[in-house]
Design a protein around this ligand. Structure first.
Ligand SMILES: CC(C)(COP(=O)(O)OP(=O)(O)OC[C@H]1O[C@@H](n2cnc3c(N)ncnc32)[C@H](O)[C@@H]1OP(=O)(O)O)[C@@H](O)C(=O)NCCC(=O)NCCS
Length: 208
C-alpha cells in the first residue's frame, strides 16, 4: 500500500520507526503545514495538508496522522477517511496484543505495548511506548495512553482522553471524554469529562 504520513514532528518520527520495524514500505512522503518542514528521516516533505486530496487522486491509498494533539489527530483522520484513504492500524512487532483485542483504524501500538484480552481500542488512538491496557478496557477514539501508563482491567477512556506518563488507573474506573490524567497519577475514582487530575491519589488540578 502506498502511504502518506501527516505530521513530521517527534511523534511522526516515532511512528515511522514502528512502521519500518513492522515491515511496511516507506511512506511516499509526509504532509506538514510548517513551510520550514524538512520531512521525516528518509521521507520527503510533500507540502501542506491541503495536498492530501491530490495525493489520493494520484493513487496513494493509505494515510496515517501522526500528531500528538488528540482532537486534531482524530479530526484529520476522519477527514482523510472521507477522502477515501485507508487508515491502517500500526503495531510494533514487540507489542503484545491479545488475539481477541481490537485496535481501530489510524491507531498505533508503539514498542512494548501490552493490550489485554477483549480490550477494545477505537480509531486514531496512540498506545505509547510500554503502556499496558489490561483486559476488557474500552478506549474510545482519539485517546492517548502515554509511555508506561497502566489501565487496570475494564477501565473505560472516553473519546479524546489523555493518560499521562506512568499514570495508573484502578480497574473498572471511567475517565470521561477529553479528560487529562497527569503524569504519575494514581486514579482511584471515576474522572468526569474534560476534567484534569493529578497526584497520588489523583485530585482535580488547579483548584488550590
Ligand atoms: C497535567 C498536565 C497536563 C498539566 O500541565 P499544565 O496545564 O501545563 O500545568 P502546569 O505545569 O502549569 O501545572 C499546574 C499545576 O498542576 C500541578 N501539576 C502539573 N502536573 C501535575 C502532575 N502530573 N501531577 C500532580 N500535579 C501536577 C503543578 O505543580 C501546578 O501546581 P500549582 O498550581 O500548585 O503550582 C501535565 O503536567 C502532565 O502531566 N501532562 C502529561 C504529559 C504526558 O504524559 N505527555 C505524554 C508525552 S508522550
Amino acid at each position: 500500500m502506498r502511504l502518506v504520513m501527516i505530521g513530521a514532528g517527534g511523534h511522526g518520527r516515532a511512528v515511522l520507526e514502528v512502521l519500518r520495524d513492522a515491515g511496511w514500505p516507506d511512506p511516499v512522503g509526509v504532509l506538514d503545514d510548517d513551510p520550514a518542514c524538512r520531512g521525516l528521516p528518509g521521507v520527503p516533505h510533500l507540502g501542506p495538508l491541503a495536498r492530501a486530496a491530490a495525493l489520493r487522486a494520484g493513487g496513494v491509498e493509505g494515510a496515517h496522522v501522526a500528531l500528538g494533539d488528540n482532537a486534531r489527530r482524530r479530526r484529520l483522520g476522519e477527514e482523510l477517511g472521507r477522502l477515501g484513504f485507508t487508515l491502517p492500524a500500526f503495531r510494533h512487532p514487540s507489542a503484545v496484543i491479545a488475539r481477541n483485542a481490537a485496535l481501530g483504524p489510524g491507531s498505533v501500538a508503539m514498542p512494548r505495548v501490552v493490550l489485554g484480552a477483549m480490550a477494545r481500542v477505537g480509531a486514531h488512538v496512540i498506545l505509547n511506548t510500554g503502556c499496558i491496557v489490561e483486559h476488557d478496557c474500552v478506549v474510545e477514539a482519539g485517546c492517548h495512553v502515554a509511555p508506561g501508563a497502566v489501565l487496570g482491567g475494564g477501565v473505560a477512556l472516553g473519546a479524546g482522553a489523555m493518560v499521562g506518563i506512568l499514570a495508573g488507573i484502578r480497574p473498572g474506573r471511567r475517565i470521561g471524554a477529553g479528560a487529562v490524567v497527569g503524569m504519575g497519577a494514581a486514579v482511584l475514582e471515576d474522572v468526569p469529562p474534560a476534567a484534569r487530575v493529578g497526584g497520588v491519589p489523583a485530585r482535580p488540578l488547579g483548584e488550590g
